[in-house]
Design a protein around this ligand. Sequence first.
Ligand code: PMP
Length: 404
Amino acid sequence: MPGLAPLEIRQQFPLFFHHPELAYLDNAATTQKPRMVVEALTAFYEKQNANIHRGIYGLSARATQQYEQVRAKIAEWLGAAGPGNIVFTSGTTAGINLVARSFLEPRLHAGDEVLITAMEHHANLIPWQMACRRKGAKLCVIPMSRAGELDMGAFREMLSGRVKMLAVTQVSNTLGTINPVEEMIGLAQRKGIPVLVDGAQSAAHFAVNVGAWGVDFFAFSGHKLYGPTGIGILYGKEEHLYAMEPANFGGDMVRNVTFEETTFAPPPQRFEAGTTHIAGVIGLGSAVDFIRQLDTPAVQAHLKELGQYARALLAEIPGLHFVGEAHQSSAIVSFVLDKAHPHDVATFLSAENIAVRAGHHCTQPIMDFFGIPGTTRASFAIYNSREEVERLAAQLREIQKFFA
Ligand code: PMP
């Protein structure tokens, strides 16, 4: 295998020319953008800008064509049946909210159950919690071990006839755990339970095939896969999307409107009311091109290696404890130091040009589970190197000595 050359890849990211010393280890929050994505955005605004759909003139027709081409490209990339399965959203959060509101709520009744896991991001927790509250249903939580692995035995037992939805993250943004989503989809669907997979942390680095998995919904955000902010994807099975009422109403999502009545456009248009983030869609298309030109097994091997290297070096630091030690984990490493608050750790690291995140990472129930206020989290991407891991470990040693 040729392997990945992170330093060469780093040169494709303009931000690092402006911050040459920066070890950017906050990729689970958002990734940096390669030049081709930045240029696609600029080129759109400079040469191509017009509103899409219904424009008769050339610019608008071309903008529409580009926009719809991205939909087709993403459908192919995800292994979807076709572009009709791909809804442009503002991000993972918006996609999950749409499913909770428009798909789940109308079929949820008092006494029903919705299953999520103990390691969900708030974005894959609160929308279901709200739907349950409005309908008198119960939110049930699949437990996990201290290592941050789901209890699959408990999960199997929880799959009763009362369950109307399963929502699970493929990769935990806090623990790094990779969940066995394919197995979970199979088990749930055998009982007729629809499944949403939160792909916010997985779409960039894992081969996703929604068609082969048979998953009902899959949501992710462009900004975590080297694309722009404010744009994301909701994949949905055709029959579900057709069964769903739109959640937002306005222009570009209708077939016919009178003062008495409105008929909606077919999906996915019916879920894209108003002027969408057109440039964002173009930029996302470019990000997918960028990812597709990479060697996926090499990307996965590189990230696995970085994650393991980080865990190996950090494990030697006295007083450092990992939060999340799943057997299957991605390049996300959360930890606490005995004497130092996570925010102090991140502040010290920032002074050494190392960017990490500290806090609850929008997963407060995970913090409650471990009885901690927060963690410090290093999360890696394709442009990160072993040398940056070594810098992180060396500085953590200093911080630990300082607080000792
Ligand atoms: N789910 C997971 C697992 C995440 O990591 C995030 C972002 N941190 C989200 C959902 C929400 O993504 P966004 O803020 O882009 O909507």
